[in-house]
Design a protein around this ligand. Structure first.
Ligand code: FPP
Length: 254
């Protein structure tokens, strides 16, 4: 028996929100005998390419795990270099985002980032806030466990001030306090470099996401790789706890 063939690319459903764990910059550099920072530099180029590739493919929101809460534990010179690259990237992209109508959002403990980076982020977020068609979300100083703690803290404060009731145990009321408030959950999470971990990324939001793990190192990740991940996603059946039969359209009754 032949397997059901995948839907042709032009009919394939495109995920609304794609989130990517960008991994493998260090290995990419090592393979070439280059310092790790060269891998990160190339990684920033891939960020640029993939930002526009995703939009071209019909994705409406792209979240990139650019700096995790745990990344502070890297050697100080690497952390400094990453912050420098981030600042340079933001300086260059501000005008480009305005020109190309890309909305920028951030998630994470932004207050823990260097002051210059915070100022650039705030300016870019403000200048692009009215663009509705395509959003780039940078996860910076982000960790899901911190996010849950921060949300619980904010919820408790809302209860203390009478803005929320202690008996309300609905997900909808809780999620309003997450960094991702107002954002749709990711449909597709991609991790590059062959690692198959989630690394404290969008743990709650990815509850029903599809995962694609690719061996490609982030600096080499291309539009074709993104397109192939999306094609893989299109072949999946998302059941949200239901059975396959329940999802099939009911047979026409005579
Ligand atoms: C992991 O590669 C990558 C990161 C630490 C985050 C990604 C950072 C960038 C793409 C550059 C900065 C981003 C922006 C938006 C300016 P790794 O170093 O862990 O790779 P390895 O596992 O091979 O060592």
């Amino acid at each position: 028996m032949s397997q059901a063939s995948p839907p042709p690319a032009d009919r394939a459903p495109v995920p609304h929100h794609v989130a990517i764990i960008m991994d493998g910059n260090g290995r990419w550099a090592k393979q070439r005998g280059l310092p790790r920072i060269e891998g990160h530099r190339r990684g920033v180029e891939t960020v640029r390419t993939v930002t526009y590739a995703a939009r071209d493919l019909g994705v409406r929101m792209l979240t990139l795990y650019a700096f995790s809460a745990e990344n502070w534990n890297r050697p100080q010179d690497e952390v400094g270099a990453l912050m420098g690259l981030l600042e340079l990237y933001l300086r260059k992209e501000l005008e480009t985002f305005v020109r190309d109508r890309v909305r920028l959002r951030t998630i994470g403990r932004i207050e823990g980032l260097p002051a210059g980076v915070q100022r650039l982020l705030a300016a870019t977020v403000e200048k692009t806030k009215d663009f509705a068609d395509y959003t780039l979300v940078l996860a910076l100083n982000y960790g899901s466990r911190n996010e849950i703690v921060d949300a619980a803290h904010a919820y408790a404060a809302a209860v203390a001030s009478g803005k929320a009731t202690p008996d309300d145990r609905s997900w909808e009321s809780f999620e309003r306090h997450l960094y991702t408030a107002g954002m749709p959950d990711p449909d597709l999470v991609i991790r590059t470099s062959g690692e198959t971990r989630i690394s404290n990324f969008l743990l709650l939001q990815a509850a029903y996401a599809e995962f694609v793990f690719t061996p490609v190192l982030w600096p080499d990740f291309s539009k074709a790789d993104l397109s192939s991940a999306i094609a893989d996603y299109a072949r999946r059946e998302r059941r949200y706890g239901q059975t396959s039969e329940q999802l099939k359209p009911a047979a026409a009754t005579p």
